[in-house]
Design a protein around this ligand. Structure first.
Ligand code: CP3
Length: 341
């Protein structure tokens, strides 16, 4: 019996959609907070294979999700390429900045990333052994544009202004950076697959700020290259792409990139996505994560709306973005009950 997530990714319409949740291992769970305190800080947790595997398993034990996602972060790859990375308490990630070609050229060659990332591969090997046999194991990386926005600005930014500026004023340095990340991402994801990951997801959290030709050049094209290379190395590997807030850019994204599934954020309605995106393949999404905070009958109604809207085709139920630390774990259980009935 093939795992439900793998069946949906092959294009099968299931009577009940399989379900997992972005950031399902996270601060809303008391057991996550306890393990994180044991590890020290967030990065120490990411690089501790036993504890990273433990937090990956926690939401599987508590809720029986159909997929587990590797516990790591998209910013580990730039760190492995030589960027300095730290998490300022309550403020999110901070990195050293890249502002020109010299900065790109100072990055380590991709052959050297595995030295830093080997604990992540060990986490994968532990999970491949320990996950329940019905649970699909998802690995991931950031998409080149989203990773570049952090490497250029040195932090998260609402409008990604610094990355847009480099793109528009120093195209050679910007494209060299995108190429470096693209090539390293292929090797990183490939190692995750060799260590036991069954599906990979590419997170392009800031794809929505790329417009027109830029969207094609820096959201579609790098994803296409990564997917083509991964599928050449690992025939049949299912791949989920998440060009968050792409809007109309979601239309045809799977066909243009070769992705098996497109993850949809909650800035579009499930009815729109069913008509324009699911009509050509599997979709994942897209309940507004704020329902995990507010709960109540509205949560059940909104969950059923997503399930119903996508019931005519292949669908993996998920939130439209990660669950937040303020979420109530009981609301997650209510959502799962509303999906599975
Ligand atoms: O989904 C999962 O549970 C898998 C693990 C995962 C994390 N980050 C763990 C994490 C994944 C897939 C990510 C992806 C990620 N990381 C993205 C893309 C997806 C998205 O959310 O848009 C981005 C942009 C990052 C960078 C990043 N890491 C930010 C901006 C932050 C700070 C925000 C915050 O919530 O504090 C992180 C930290 C982070 N990554 C946490 C977790 C569980 C919280 C860390 C903690 O324990 O304090």
């Amino acid at each position: 019996m093939t795992k439900t997530i793998l069946r949906a990714l092959k294009g099968e319409t299931l009577p009940t959609p399989p379900i997992w949740m972005m950031r399902q291992a996270g601060r809303y769970l008391p057991e996550y907070r306890a393990t994180r305190a044991q590890a020290g800080d967030f990065l120490s947790l990411c690089y501790n294979p036993e504890l990273a595997a433990e937090v990956t398993l926690q939401p599987i034990r508590r809720y029986g999700f159909d997929a587990a996602i590797l516990f790591a972060d998209i910013l580990l790859l730039p760190q492995a390429l030589g960027a300095e990375l730290w998490f300022a308490t309550g403020e999110g990630p901070r990195m050293s900045t890249i502002t020109d070609m010299a900065g790109v050229e100072a990055l380590k060659p991709k052959e050297e990333i595995h030295e830093t990332l080997s604990p992540v591969y060990e986490t994968c090997r532990i999970l491949a052994r320990e996950l329940p046999k019905e649970t699909t194991f998802i690995g991931f990386a950031g998409a080149p544009w989203t990773v570049a926005t952090y490497m250029i600005a040195g932090r998260g930014s609402p409008d990604q202004a610094a990355a847009h500026r480099l793109k528009d004023t120093d195209r050679p340095a910007f494209t060299a950076l995108i190429d470096r990340i693209t090539e390293a991402t292929v090797d990183y994801l490939s190692k995750q697959v060799e260590a036991g990951v069954e599906v990979v997801k590419i997170f392009d959290s800031w794809a929505g700020s790329l417009k027109g030709q830029d969207f094609d050049d820096f959201a579609v094209e790098p994803a296409r290259r990564i997917i083509a290379e991964l599928k050449a190395r690992h025939p049949g590997l299912p791949i989920i792409a998440f060009p968050r807030e792409a809007g109309d850019g979601y239309i045809g994204f799977a066909e243009k990139t070769g992705a098996d599934c497109v993850a949809i954020d909650n800035s579009v309605t499930p009815e729109w996505a069913a008509e324009h995106v699911q009509s050509t393949g599997c979709v994942q999404g897209n309940l507004d994560p704020s329902y995990m905070v507010t709960g109540g009958d509205e949560l059940v109604k909104a969950t059923r709306r997503v399930v119903d809207a996508f019931s005519g085709g292949p669908h993996i139920f998920n939130l439209g973005h990660g669950i937040t630390p303020e979420a109530d774990p009981d609301n997650v259980a209510r959502m799962i009950e509303a999906v599975r009935g």
